[in-house]
Design a protein around this ligand. Structure first.
Ligand code: SF4
Length: 357
């Protein structure tokens, strides 16, 4: 059943008309966005939507064209080893997304002859494609009348409706309003206009209500509450963990690396061999190297801190002399480090040790 337009503070057609008129003048030129009148490449839309999750437009913009040139179609990505995709993803973080994209590309080739399916439900059946991404591709690439709800869109809708509770993880509370707003006409532009409004006008801290095309209807603006909404949820505390990483060089100046397991944190990436994560700082040099293979370990002064989503990690580097064998480890030339899919933490550690990367 179609949700009642009465959910919205103005007629949906008036909200759409005002938003699209604003978008026609304000839309940014972005490497993944089709120009007015052009049809979007569905694969490019999928790649961009996955890249833009948890990563800013400024970070994705200079990377997108090269990545798409490397993997121009689902078939090209499906034919590539996962390691190549992880390698090309370096610097974008949240590598789980690269794995999802690779899995989705394989499924598109196997189930859909290499072409993205054009229905919301079939898109949502692809591995690693959540409700938001499926809706975004359905709307932007195939003109389906759905409004995808990401963090930006949820914030705009929360303010439009004066919804003062913190956003839920799924943002499902905004589905009725998004469905009331959706329409098949200019569906791709409507979805992108709403995202653009959240990015450019209805920003988290200082919404520019005076310049907003929805100012005539917005309940948060009318109540003088725009910047306070949506309600803030208490951020969970981020604990700090501690670890020791090993810098081991063989007689040819090559460094020892190890591939991480295929599941879990930084899955499948290459790192310096690292001891187990601990909950407390190391109390002494002896504690630092306890449990590491027997060698003469020399700690490097200072350490490296890296913040993951759920915890921060402080790592001390110890240099092993002479080189000790590490189970599952392999040596790789310093001058060819670009060949390895190194996460940011490993690059920080290498730079801390004076290795150019
Ligand atoms: S009027 Fe202000 S709070 Fe309301 S949608 Fe526009 S920018 Fe956001």
């Amino acid at each position: 059943m179609r949700p009642s337009p009465a959910l919205l503070p103005a007629a949906p057609e008036d909200l759409r008309r005002a938003l699209l008129a604003w978008y026609d003048g304000a839309r940014r030129v972005l490497p993944w966005r089709a120009q007015a009148g052009e049809t979007a490449d569905p694969w490019a839309v999928l790649v961009s939507e996955i890249m833009l999750q948890q990563t800013t437009v400024a970070t994705v913009t200079p990377r997108f064209a090269d990545f798409l040139a490397r993997f121009p179609t689902p078939a090209a990505m499906a034919a590539a080893p996962l390691d190549d995709v992880l390698h090309a993803w370096q610097g974008l973080g949240y590598y789980r997304r690269a794995r999802s994209l690779h899995a989705a590309a394989s499924a598109i080739v196997e189930r859909h002859a290499g072409r993205l399916p054009d229905s919301l439900d079939t898109l949502a059946e692809l591995p690693g494609i959540g409700a938001y991404t499926a809706a975004a591709v359905a709307a932007i690439a195939f003109g389906r009348g759905v409004v995808p709800i990401d963090g930006n869109v949820a914030r705009v809708l929360a303010r439009l409706l004066a919804h003062d509770a913190p956003l839920s993880p799924t943002k499902a509370e905004f589905r009725p309003a998004a469905a009331a707003l959706a329409a098949p006409e200019r569906a791709a532009d409507l979805a992108q206009a709403l995202m653009e409004l959240g990015a450019l006008v209805c920003t988290p801290r200082r919404p520019a209500c005076a310049a907003c095309p929805w100012g005539f209807a917005c309940r948060a603006k009318a109540q003088g509450q725009a910047a306070e909404l949506p309600g803030k949820s208490k951020k969970p505390e981020r604990p700090t963990r501690y670890a020791t990483a090993m810098l081991i060089e063989d007689g040819r100046g090559r460094l020892c690396f190890k591939k991480r397991p295929d599941t879990g944190l930084l899955a499948g990436l290459i790192e310096l061999p690292t001891g187990p994560l601990r909950d407390r700082p190391f109390a002494s040099e002896a504690a630092l190297v306890a449990g590491l293979p027997a060698a003469h370990w020399v700690p490097l002064p200072g350490g490296v801190r890296h913040v993951f989503t759920h915890f921060a990690l402080e790592v001390v580097l110890v240099e092993g002399r002479p080189a000790v064998p590490i189970e599952g480890g392999f040596f790789h030339g310093r001058d060819r480090l670009f060949e390895l899919a190194l996460p940011t933490l490993t690059k920080k550690l290498l730079r801390h040790a004076g290795v150019a990367v």
